[in-house]
Design a protein around this ligand. Structure first.
Ligand code: 147
Length: 659
């Protein structure tokens, strides 16, 4: 005999707009920050367009409402550095990096998408070479306003929202100064979200105590709130946002995490926007937080990408509700089901469209990277939904369905037969780990894409940077400390890359203050590998030396702790050092560069590593040939850099099998 589990009793849920609505919905978004889009820009055009369509094109894929981007600060911001628009006080350049490009691609596909900028770090000068960016508040405000103005004048992009300093302290006086400076520059439409940190009560208290600060702050944005806000935050009356959330690997559980957040951030916390770090995991696999995006694309050389669960989860909300819609009131279309799971409902401003999003994701299928998720249960249940008041006229709802599963392939964003609503009422059987969108919107669609197969990073590899646009970041080469960009010699027309920053930035990591600059390339499993590059130090403010490395095993905020093989040359000291660590604290061999001229010319530096052997040369003169390379780490990225503050030019970067 099989015991049939008694179904949980049917509960009736009433949805009604006649007593008023809930908060304004501000939209769901993704973050391109921390060099998270580094590899995307380098994809073949066909796949690049497919990916951008999947992210931004309305009624196609994720259909994001908000694109939040880093305002580059020449500082490590998770998986690399992003370039500043003002490396120096005298410098202004709005062609660097990939965020301008990404914002334009997003706007091209969806002119209604909202843009939000936020700095992680800053070039040192912004803070007068202190660690405090608020040392000169007006200078910082102008630096930010310049970025917003550059977006408009150089790219015709209107920035909608601007932040303070990612996950670091805000300064009340600065926020007021920023508001004033925006207004003085005809940018009153740019709204301040503060302060992208972790504490609802601190900023709420400051809003209540400082009237000018209160006026300056449009909305409160908090990171990883665990679906909760606070009484004081709600009492400010300001829009409350989860302005960074998720950070979870984009597998099924990541999808479950994202589905739960998109509903519960409003149900539990009255948050009207949720923004994922990251939009797309488009940095090398093996860098920090690999795969923590709403989809993945880290193989520009093959064109391979992965359309993952969280992308389709996004579509359940994003295709069927828009910023400017309103949530229904709690208890009248927003809430928790008695036997687990949650529902939100949204209505368009003209009251013509109506959408319900239901999720019944179980605890183990919805764990995010942070914060801790207390246990809860979800059961199979039958629910009756009663549409009352003005909603009673609805007689049909389109249905989109997803079922998350670890055992079987999940079915994502499947259109089901529509529900016929009779007398404002219908019944549904809800299973576990499901997402349902019930909507009057009829434009929903699911894109179908066949990405090409995955391939390893290609070796041999060569880049002379002639095919990059000037001021862009070098393809694939990912700066970890300070900034590298493509430049053109106006006489010879030769393109090369330059390490551009002269000082430590105001850091975001808080531990990577180091005179070396550093950029990596390849893949984290390169074992036996050669790297060579041309370099030129015949420039003003040049560094004292440069280096090559292999088996780089620490990146992101941990870059300076990397082990591996590091071959540094110091032409002014006429010296070279081979060390087993980034900082050169563990030398394996040292020697002199006697009689090898380095200045007033391009030079060639080469390093090869195989097993415990390493050999290196400068301008084809062998400098060392050693056999005591440690076994550990046995593999890693390859890299190049400068040994000191200062500029250096590089060209003709080559990776090859060791000879
Ligand atoms: C955030 C950053 O803002 C992102 O750039 C990215 O690094 C992301 C990765 O999860 O996280 O930084 C955080 C780092 C640590 C915590 C929260 C946010 N934490 O431990 O609570």
């Amino acid at each position: 005999l099989c015991a049939v589990k008694a179904p949980a009793s049917t509960i009736v849920y009433t949805f009604d707009t006649s007593q008023g609505l809930g908060r304004r919905f501000d939209g769901i978004g993704g973050l391109s920050a921390g060099a998270s889009s580094k590899l995307l820009v380098n994809y073949p055009e066909k796949q690049r367009d497919e990916i951008l369509d999947l992210l931004f094109r309305p009624n196609y894929g994720a259909n994001f409402h908000i694109l939040k981007v880093e305002i580059g600060g020449d500082a490590q911001s998770t998986d690399g550095t992003e370039a500043s628009h003002m490396h120096y006080p005298w410098d202004k350049n709005y062609q660097r990096g990939y965020e301008w490009w990404l914002m334009k691609e997003a706007k091209m596909r969806n002119p209604d998408i909202k843009l939000y900028g936020l700095p992680w770090g800053f070039p040192g000068w912004v803070a007068n070479y202190t660690e405090n960016p608020y040392a000169d508040r007006q200078q910082l405000a102008m630096y930010i306003v310049n970025w917003i103005k550059g977006a408009k004048t150089e790219h015709n992009l209107d920035i909608d929202y601007i932040g303070i300093w990612n996950e670091r302290k805000y300064d009340i006086e600065y926020v007021i100064t920023l508001r004033k400076t925006l207004d003085e520059n005809n940018l009153s439409s740019v709204l301040i979200i503060a302060a992208d940190d972790f504490n609802w009560d601190q900023i709420s208290a400051d809003i209540f105590t400082h009237p000018e600060f209160n006026k300056a702050v449009y909305g409160i944005g908090i990171h990883y709130p665990g679906t909760k806000s606070s009484v004081s935050a709600v009492d400010t009356g300001k829009p409350l946002w989860s302005s960074e959330d998720f950070s979870t690997v984009d597998d099924v559980v990541g999808g479950g995490c994202w589905a739960r957040l998109l509903n519960m951030n409003y149900v539990n916390g009255l948050m009207t926007s949720t923004i994922s770090w990251s939009l797309i995991a488009s940095w090398y696999n093996g860098l920090p937080y690999s795969g923590a995006g709403l989809m993945t694309a880290f193989e520009p050389w093959s064109g391979h990408y992965q359309v993952t669960t969280p992308l389709w989860v996004s579509a359940h909300t994003n295709q069927f509700a828009k910023p400017g819609w309103h949530y229904l009131a709690h208890g009248k279309g927003v809430g928790n089901f008695t036997f687990g799971g949650s529902f939100v409902s949204l209505q368009s401003p003209d009251e013509q469209d109506f959408t319900i999003v239901i999720e019944t994701i179980s605890h183990n299928m919805s764990v995010c990277i942070r914060p801790y998720l207390p246990p809860y249960t979800v059961q199979n249940q039958t629910v009756v939904i009663k549409l009352e008041g003005p909603l009673k006229i609805i007689n049909k709802l389109s249905v989109w369905y997803s079922k998350l599963s670890k055992e079987e392939p999940s079915s994502m964003l499947i259109q089901k037969t529509g529900i016929l609503v009779t007398d404002g009422q219908f019944q549904m059987d809800l299973g576990i780990d499901e997402i349902w969108t019930l909507t009057t919107v009829t434009t929903g669609a699911k894109a179908k894409r066949e990405p090409p197969p995955s391939k390893p990073f290609p070796v041999p590899y060569f880049d002379d940077f002639e095919n990059s646009s000037e001021f862009s970041e070098p393809n694939n080469l990912t700066p970890q400390l300070r900034s590298y960009e493509v430049l053109r010699n106006s006489t010879t027309q030769n393109q090369f890359i330059r390490q551009t920053s002269l000082h430590n930035p105001v850091e975001w990591c808080g531990n990577d203050n180091h005179p070396r600059s550093f950029a990596i390339i390849g893949s984290n499993d390169l074992k036996h590998i050669g790297i060579s590059v041309k370099f030129n130090l015949d420039i003003a403010n040049a560094t004292d030396g440069v280096f090559l490395s292999t088996r780089v095993n620490a990146t992101g905020c941990a870059s300076i702790q990397s082990s591996g093989v590091f071959f540094s040359i110091y032409p002014k000291l006429s010296k070279f050092v081979v060390s087993s660590d980034f900082e050169g604290l563990h030398p394996l061999q040292e020697g002199t560069l006697t009689k090898i001229p380095v200045y007033s010319r391009w030079n060639e530096l080469e390093l090869q590593v195989a097993g415990n052997y390493a050999w290196g040369s400068l301008n084809n003169k062998e400098l060392f040939d050693i056999n005591n390379i440690p076994d550990d780490p046995s593999m890693g990225f390859v890299g190049l850099g400068t040994t000191e503050y200062g500029l250096a030019d590089f060209d003709d970067l080559r990776l090859f099998e060791p000879k």
